[in-house]
Write a protein that binds this ligand. Structure first.
Ligand SMILES: Cc1cc2nc3c(=O)[nH]c(=O)nc-3n(C[C@H](O)[C@H](O)[C@H](O)COP(=O)(O)OP(=O)(O)OC[C@H]3O[C@@H](n4cnc5c(N)ncnc54)[C@H](O)[C@@H]3O)c2cc1C
Length: 400
């Protein structure tokens, strides 16, 4: 059964660049577009920035380096890593060791350039940074539609607490994590075939202090699936897009957290949960089917349209150049993708979805959207020059 609605939506705002979703990718895109002097509105359905990295309690900023002492990701990816620990002393991953020594002293036996961070301070400090750059943040605002005409999105429709309204846009960054804008604008997408396993990461306090518990299993590939703290509650997999299924996944995730707490209580009566995730802990859901789809064997491959480098958090060694073509589809020319919804194969997705990579694609999409807002097209040369002027290394051959 269908119900027909007739809607008349007021245009409430306009901007050069609309960033849909304020996770790591959206934060990076908004910073980059604002630094290009563009008016930027960031719509975030929750009431804090950071997405999975903060509200989802994924507080491990995976490495910027290749594991053999070479830093490969730069620009906003490094800026946000440093911001994430600017006010907190957490350092169980060797960050201080990394910055205290020249790269030449790092090797396969020394810690990688990664940190653990405090999610609350990181959310507050990214908010301060965006405000200082003039980004307008709309919290509690979900992008629910994108109106495309002649291959361009002209406006996005948002729903907030009080009303439904339109924002006129020149360019859009889809950093929703789930390629929502792509779906609304009829841009081709693909689902993660295997589906997500359950996760129930949470923080506890006890006499031992404040601690993150990584309850659940890793995702891809199946043979790498080792339980971390405790086994997953069930082996069911979730597509993690549709409301009823997502709700079931969330309830089961709460149950996994609770079971872990009960187990811990048997040996430590002081153990108590203090923070559970306020968004679903989903890894790979829906992505754009872009002009290029990056795959795992393409490590150390030169791409003329590279927008930056990423490493493999699972293995020391591999370095990938990220083609600009993974960040858009020609079907709609003013929408750029960032974070965990860029164009890559299922195996590559497990590499591209992590925090440093989301910042790399966020920065590039932010500048690309600013260029589109200015000129009605993106010159690859200008995009690459701007990235390089911000310290980004585009090609592996140019690493020190
Ligand atoms: C259990 C688990 C463990 C992980 N472990 C690690 C790890 O150790 N280290 C690491 O680096 N990475 C890890 N990751 C991956 C990483 O945390 C995320 O993939 C990354 O943070 C995603 O960033 P993003 O900005 O692309 O998306 P998200 O963080 O998902 O951000 C998307 C944002 O958009 C908002 N949004 C969504 N739809 C809309 C809409 N229609 N309108 C408005 N707002 C919208 C959301 O509320 C959210 O804030 C893990 C992920 C999971 C689930």
């Amino acid at each position: 059964m269908m119900i027909q609605e007739t809607l008349s939506t007021p245009v409430k705002m306009e901007c050069d660049v609309l960033v849909a979703g304020g996770g790591i990718a959206g934060i990076s895109a908004a910073i980059a577009a604002a630094r290009e002097g563009k008016s930027v509105i960031l719509c975030e359905r929750m009431f804090m920035l950071g997405g999975l990295a903060t509200a989802g309690l994924v507080t491990v900023y995976l490495p910027l380096c290749d594991g053999y002492g070479r830093q490969v990701s730069f620009g906003i990816s490094e800026e946000l890593l440093r911001l994430s620990v600017a006010e907190s002393p957490i350092d169980s991953r060797g960050y201080h060791d990394w910055i205290a020594h020249p790269e030449s002293e790092h090797n396969e036996n020394t810690p990688r350039y990664a940190v653990d961070f405090n999610p609350h301070l990181f959310a507050i400090n990214t908010e301060k940074l965006l405000l200082s750059l003039g980004v307008k943040i709309l919290y509690g605002t979900t992008v629910v539609q994108a109106l495309a005409k002649n291959g361009l999105v002209e406006a996005v429709i948002c729903e907030g607490k009080a009303e439904r309204f339109a924002i006129r846009v020149k360019a859009v960054v889809d950093s929703t994590g789930d390629a929502d804008v792509a779906t609304f604008a009829d841009i081709p997408t693909a689902l993660f075939k295997q589906g997500n396993v359950l996760a129930g990461w949470y923080y506890s306090v006890s006499e031992q202090g404040y601690k993150l518990h990584m309850v659940g299993a890793c995702d891809v590939p199946d043979e790498d699936k080792n339980g971390t703290e405790g086994k997953p509650l069930i082996q069911r997999r979730f597509q993690s897009i549709e409301t009823v299924e997502l709700s079931e996944q969330t309830i089961l995730s709460h149950e996994a957290t609770h079971n872990h707490y009960l187990r811990m209580q048997k040996t430590d009566k002081t153990h108590e949960p203090v923070t559970i995730a306020s968004i679903p802990q989903v890894r790979m859901t829906r992505r754009v089917d872009g002009e290029y789809t990056l795959d795992t064997p393409e490590m150390h491959t030169f791409f003329a349209d590279s927008i930056g480098l990423v490493s493999n958090w699972k293995k020391r060694g591999p370095v990938y150049e990220v083609p600009f073509r993974t960040l858009y589809s020609d079907k709609v020319k003013n929408v750029f993708f960032a974070g965990r919804c860029t164009s890559c194969t299922d195996a590559m997705w497990d590499i591209m979805r992590v925090i440093p990579c989301c910042a790399v694609t966020g920065e590039a999409s932010g500048i690309a959207s600013a260029l589109f807002a200015e000129c009605g097209e993106v010159s690859l040369l200008t995009l690459q020059e701007k990235l390089q002027s911000r310290g980004v290394v585009l090609h592996e051959k140019d690493l020190k």
